[in-house]
Write a protein that binds this ligand. Structure first.
Ligand SMILES: [Zn+2]
Length: 222
């Protein structure tokens, strides 16, 4: 892989476990070429960032994603996710009762933005090629999407077509075919009882040192 495939997750919602977040990742089918480690949400790991009328947690380290409750009083979520491009940080909010695959897809979406992939362009610049991809891969969604791309995205197949699109992007731009070649499932997550591998924290600390805390956010996209 030519891209950083290890992402650190900072779980800022005490009401959910890291295992729950890992289950979102698994349900969405994020390919195993992305690996996730979980870091304790120590205070210096994130900051509050304001954009698009939202005030949300944002990691200070690159290749890191915050997960928080959208109803957490510390934050204001007017969008579901935000990411920085150049600094490779992402953040998602979740609302009670949202399907697990939706939440995994939300994380996946913001992560793809961090690699500057056109995660928002399913209906625009990528649409024709994506429709071809669905046909050539024998997707169950090929006919429905080709017949009415916008309607299909808005249908009950919403999350499923998003997931297909993210796989397409990873295949096209990253050369990742984990989901086709069966190169392994997502690893079992360490429990949140303190047995998180030390490497996760050490890596995160190196990243924090690397950027020296002098973080300037730019090029924010939804
Ligand atoms: Zn987006």
């Amino acid at each position: 892989m030519t891209f950083n495939s290890v992402w650190t997750v900072i779980n800022l919602d005490e009401s959910i476990s890291n295992d729950t977040i890992q289950s979102w990742i698994s349900f969405a089918g994020i390919p195993a070429c992305f690996r996730f480690v979980f870091q304790s949400p120590f205070a210096n790991a994130w900051t509050t960032f304001t954009a698009y009328d939202s005030s949300v947690p944002m990691p200070l380290a690159p290749w890191t994603i915050c997960v928080s409750s959208a109803t957490d009083a510390r934050f204001t979520w007017t969008v579901a996710g935000l990411s920085t491009i150049g600094l490779h940080q992402a953040s998602i909010g979740h609302w009670t009762g949202e399907p697990q695959d939706d939440l995994g897809a939300r994380m996946w979406h913001e992560i793809l933005h961090c690699y500057e992939l056109p995660a928002d362009n399913m209906q625009t610049s990528e649409r024709a090629e994506f429709a071809d991809y669905l046909r050539t891969t024998g997707s169950l969604h090929a006919a429905g999407f080709s017949a009415d791309p916008v309607g299909y995205e808005a249908s009950a197949h919403h999350t499923q077509i998003l997931v297909e699109y993210y796989k397409y992007l990873m295949h096209k731009y990253m050369g990742c075919d984990c989901f086709q070649e069966g190169c392994g499932e997502q690893p079992v997550v360490p429990s949140e009882d303190g047995s998180t591998p030390s490497s996760g924290n050490e890596d995160a600390m190196k990243k924090l040192l690397y950027i020296g805390g002098a973080v300037v956010f730019f090029l924010l996209i939804l």
